[in-house]
Design a protein around this ligand. Structure first.
Ligand SMILES: [Ca+2]
Length: 90
């Protein structure tokens, strides 16, 4: 993320949503320009173990950013990974 915002109020936001095939948000994480120091990469993870009932269904990972009209904040996405921990059925 790079931001030229210097205010302590959040004006620019970045979201990651896990959605079902109907577009309903099942899990999400968000950040804004006040909680992040500018000009560096951050690592995020979303634990979806509570979504086990959606097993076998299509799920989408959506990246979404909003900004106001001034002081640019740029959000970049790189190295998206899905890490699955599977255990055998009892
Ligand atoms: Ca802004």
């Amino acid at each position: 993320m790079y931001t030229s915002e210097s205010a302590s109020y959040p004006y620019d936001y970045f979201y990651v949503h896990i959605k079902d095939s109907d577009g309903n948000t099942l899990a999400s994480v968000s950040e804004d320009n006040t909680t992040l120091d500018g000009d560096r990469w951050y690592v995020y993870s979303i634990d979806i173990t509570n979504l086990i009932s959606f097993g076998g269904q299509t799920m989408r990972v959506c990246f979404h950013a909003t900004t106001d009209f001034s002081y640019l904040t740029s959000f970049y996405v790189d190295e998206v990974a899905f890490i699955m921990h599977c255990s055998p059925y009892p």
